[in-house]
Design a protein around this ligand. Structure first.
Ligand code: DC
Length: 224
């Protein structure tokens, strides 16, 4: 099956990758897929069901009885769990504290990766996560790893007013056995510590053009 265009954006927590991926997708007028939101949605469901995120057996039993529907809403990926919209809860302290446990369970990853791959069957997309370039779409030639210094990442979270122990989450995300956060060999690494979102998007677009991707500038689109 031929996939559509996938631009993979990976990186640690609060590296700015979500803002960059969303802005890039908007600029290219293609779908933005937030895979972290999928792990977060499952985590919300597990916690709301009173199950420990460390009890993988109970988590998998619950998932077996759960209907997860991934779709598209206003240009970005969207997930419903048993018909409920988990969006308002995805950045809660409880979800932050438990999501890395859920993301270490190989069967959870397998199921969510299957759903992530379906997006590329129908849509050109910018897909953001931890393992998109290394495991979900290793064949895409368009891989980016967005990083920032620990101080800058912590400051960004604090500015968002979010309680999130990002260093603990990074440690767990980078050390798990299945698809840990790594820099794919052929990924282009960008340190966003001192760059604006537009600056990072500009660097990515420059790189995509170098790799031969045809991207219309807004000005030439207006002129056309
Ligand atoms: O990008 P985020 O902070 O919203 O992701 C939340 C968690 O989900 C992150 O700590 C690890 C996990 N995750 C993952 O394991 N693989 C992905 N592709 C995306 C997220």
């Amino acid at each position: 099956m031929e996939n559509h265009l996938v631009i993979a954006i990976d990186g640690p927590a609060a590296s700015g990758k979500s803002s960059v991926a969303r802005a890039l997708a908007r600029r290219l007028e293609i779908l933005y897929v937030n895979t972290g939101a999928m792990y977060r949605a499952v985590t919300w469901h597990v916690v709301a069901s009173g199950i420990s995120s460390k009890d993988s057996e109970a988590v998998l039993k619950l998932l077996g009885e759960t209907r997860i529907v991934c779709g598209v809403y206003e240009g970005q990926s969207n997930i419903l769990i048993n018909g409920a919209d988990p969006n308002p809860y995805l950045l809660s302290e409880e979800v932050n504290a438990n999501v890395s446990n859920i993301a270490t369970i190989p069967e959870v990853r397998r199921q969510l990766v299957d759903l992530q791959r379906v997006y590329a069957v129908d849509f050109d997309n910018v897909m953001e996560g931890r393992d998109i370039g290394s495991a979900v779409f290793p064949e895409t030639p368009y891989k980016f790893y967005i990083d920032a210094s620990p101080e800058v990442r912590l400051m960004r979270r604090q500015r968002q007013g979010l309680q999130d122990s990002i260093s603990a989450r990074d440690r767990q995300d980078s050390s798990r056995r299945t698809s840990p956060l790594i820099i794919a060999e052929d990924a282009h690494v960008i340190d966003s510590s001192h760059l604006t979102i537009d600056g990072v998007v500009g660097e990515i677009i420059g790189r995509l053009k170098l790799k031969g991707l045809k991207i219309l500038d807004c000005t030439s689109r207006i002129a056309a």
